[in-house]
Design a binder for this molecule. Sequence first.
Ligand SMILES: [Zn+2]
Length: 722
Amino acid sequence: MHRLNLTFAVIALALVSGCKNNDSSMNNPFFENWSDNHGAIPFDKIKTEHYKPAVLKGIELEDQEIAAIVNNPEKPTFQNTIEALEYTGDLLGKVLGVAYNIVECNGTDDMLALAEEMQPILSEHSLNISLNEKLFQRVKSVWDEYNAKNFEGLTTEQQRLLKRRYDGYLKAGATLQGEARERWRKVQSEMDSLTLAYGQNVQKATGEWSYQLDPEKDLEGLPDFFRETLKGNGYKLTLLAPSYRPFMQYSARRDLREMLYKAYNSRCTSGQYDNTDVLRRIALLRQEKADLLGFESFADLQLTNKMAKTPAAVNNLLGQLLEAYRPTAEKDVKEVADLAKKDGVNDLKPWDYSYYCEKLKTAKYNFNDEQIKPYFALENVKKGVFGLATRLYGVTFNKIDVPVYDKDVECFEVWNHTEGDSTFIGLLYTDFFPRATKRPGAWMTEFRDQKIDQNGEDIRPIVQIVMSFSKPIGNPGDKDYTPSLLTYDEAETFLHEFGHSLHGLLTRCHYPSQSGTSVARDFVELPSQFNENFLGKKEFLDTFAKNWQSGEAMPQELIDRLHAAETFQAGYACLRQLSFGMLDMKFHTLGANSNKPFDLSVVENPAERFPQLANIEKFEKEATAPTTLLSPVEGTMVCTSFTHIFSGGYAAGYYGYKWAEVLDADAFAVFEKEGLDNPETAKRFRHLLESGDTVDPAELYRQFKGADPSIDALMRRDGIIK
Ligand SMILES: [Zn+2]
């Protein structure tokens, strides 16, 4: 799963503020112009009570701006409609940019309560815009005019902007009339409650299961850190990740692993939280949406504005990877099975895999995070990561003293120094340490999008990267001082989020909805995952990976072992991802195999239209059969708890993880061939980072590489081919 979250999931976490409605616009910092320090946010002046009046005022202003567009007596044009829409909602964007971030990074009780209170108000505001029929008619009129003349008179970026705006309405059902419109509303409303119910079932089934371990007998094989965790929890084993994963990895009790595996993989397959009917119905309703809009399947509908574009392209990639990785994956499993045999386990089951895999890894590579961490002091890694951007793109980071929302937050001015020119690029805030009011995980977020405003001024972006590294112990100079020391994975996460932030910072677009990271979901992980590739490279490690006490460089022998471990079980891991991707595509291409066209009658029984859904377990096992390496266990399924596709935003999109991996490995291979510090190569990649969504991503990638991506580089990186 990804650490990204840069769309911050438009998590309906809205903002509110106290109920001090008597607070006038006087002294509300959101109503002031933030011009000091390139628009740095005046966190010292913003108080909780400032959000609500600013949000309400922001909504009021945007409503007025939209009304002005709708009531414009002139004939709709690209400028007075599509472009004008780009410049509405400035104040609301300014408040929410700060608010979303504070809710996630410093979500005190009053902020969370306000967010909850404001959520319906913001939802309604957004619906008022997307369902505004008069506004849609203006957009459609502009679309029809340009569509008829093959978009003549618009630049490429304007064509994309118009298409994206029109598609947005199309996918929201705005073009439907009469009976179809009524049906659409019903489908949409039923779908909203079903996806919510699906997610809640998974959450409850996961949260309510537990098993009481006997500390005398049931802890065999468990490492100290996990015993401590269990002790703190009264020796209750649960299905939550911090309990499930280490138990499957370390427990020497095969019977308990089997019990835990079966409990986890049979969640929501029957009983109180049964999701089988829910997901059948979701799959059917999604197909109905596709039918209503004239698409063959829901996947066809979802993929129109993605890089992949069609289900055929997705299935082609998944099929290619399957063929290439399957033999290695079989060897991977055999290696684990051979080790298990030495332990007397002759029939490797799914609940044995993690356990013997962990043993195999230790036997083969013999290293752990404790050996790596002294070389990864945060201040050193920071130098390495920032320095990488300086070498590749001529970008520097200058720490500035501005108000922040927590003492652990820092702010940097980012400057460009290329071809003798020094220009300001944007502001980067960093928030590295956990706090009680901060959501776990790591992500990049944008306080302010880049755009050319209506006066022609380039408004530069303000971005932030957020992580949860362990804090330093003591203060520098103290006898017992220990800096924040990162694990290998944490350093990789830093590079990942920093890659997103460069995408956000270097952007040079005209329209705000196209700038920075506002690109297709199967393209957005390219800049971030690309950056991760540097961590394994000696050239990069040599720039910063020094022991924080002795100053000695990371030994070559340790780097070699790190390298070797990178391809460990890569075949198995790939097939697992492919099985999720294939299952997702199977559920969302039902229409392609249907001989019963949709006729606007309400289909009450999904299996009547799609007989293959009658037995969900069978459907899943058939869909994933090509990727199966260990005999499937009766009564277990993934799809009853596959929240990514049935209650998250990844329907017909799970493939995106692999898609972006192909791209990042391919792009990095270009650098390796032309030189990791080659300025010409970096310049071409920078162009890709600057372009946002102004160019079709496939075309943008071709401009960088001079050719389409291939899967060879990924296979080489994973050790599948030499
Ligand atoms: Zn990411």
